[in-house]
Design a protein around this ligand. Sequence first.
Ligand SMILES: [Zn+2]
Length: 461
Amino acid sequence: MFADFWPRVALILGIAAPVALAGATELQSVRTASDSESTRVVLDISEPAGHRMFMLLNPSRVVVDLPGISARSGLPLPGAKGALTRVRMGKQPGDVLRVVLDVEPRVTPTSFVLGPEGQFGHRIVVDLRRSSREPVRETPPRAPEPEPPAAGAETQAPAPEVVMRAPAAGQGRDLVIAIDAGHGGKDPGAIGPKGGREKDVVLSISRQLAREVNSVPGMRALLIRDEDFYVAHRERMAIAHRAEADFFVSVHADAARNSRARGATVYALSTKRASDEAARRLAERENASDLIGGVSLSDKDPVLARVLLDLSQSAAISASTTAGEHIIGELGAVTRMRKTRVQHAPFIVLTSPDIPSLLIETGYISNPGEESVLRASSHQARIAKALSDGIVGYFRSNPPPGTHFAMNPLPPRPARHVISRGETLSQIAARYRVSLARLRQANNIRGDRIHAGQVLTIPTG
Ligand SMILES: [Zn+2]
């Protein structure tokens, strides 16, 4: 059901475009920008349109096919910038405009679309990121490939696609962790009493989380946004899906009218109903940011509604919940938890049926005390490390076949457990199948006195 389902979602999320008259859509300009880590190529188009992106190797180049689009006559192409060495353009059979980006080796491309905002109209954005670590072994092409076209030239059949991230023997592929900093651009998210903006706090935590993830052998981070711009919820999922992400984590900060509300919460998707009223209202608020972000909801596809209403996503939800428990164990050691169990609510951004996905409310930015700590980079770093440790802990216990984690097993880390109200030591010992004596010893506990929110180390082996 899922296998049959995703291609259609991908089609709607990433590739299909609102119907436009053939040839009516124009590529109006190609712009570039660069910093030390990535180079951005922006294709300005006159109408919203679909695109297909893939990578070819030897030499490395990123191909963006734009069906039904023609280039404005005399369109100038930008020169080399950052990881980009050259831009070429040609017409493919079937009224497809092909833009070829020649890139340095070891570049990972991602693409997404943006709607009109400020001075800009519809855009297709391609980010070229330099891999910061050892290159993955790439599958060599089976036959010499024909040279792609020089600017303006005509090509014949498209060159074969090359599989990226192919595992080297004995190594296993990297796990791809999609990190989604909530909100962005004209959607600031929640705003604290001292003016702290959720979009800034969560971007900074997400960047640090990406560094943590990239420091773990066998893991690679994909930042859905690494700047202050808005991405629609379904596009966030589509980016993760196109990168074949193994995990999706959306980072947020909470707000409540009661300025004393505090603590972090970990959410997985619910297809039925929210854990409680607060969770339902939160999901409504987070989902609504597509409205603020300038993305029209009028084209909200019926598929999304079906994802929410009809599909059994029990496998992904169960994996998400397990991962969430690992994260709570780590997060509870560095920050107060509002709930010490994974909560469930119908967040749009968590509806990928095949990628375990979590939404983390890292604390209440509406609480003056928590606002201050959330804005402190030392606290952000602790949260990022805890999230990364939780994700690592989950994948150590549940490594997908073919990954570096599966092929290089390490002894499991001692788990952590955050005590919920009403729990007893003997219940916790039974749950993790350790003796009460070992549990006491590992935590320097004499009798049975524990308290809610206390973090226990669970001995292993
Ligand atoms: Zn949020």
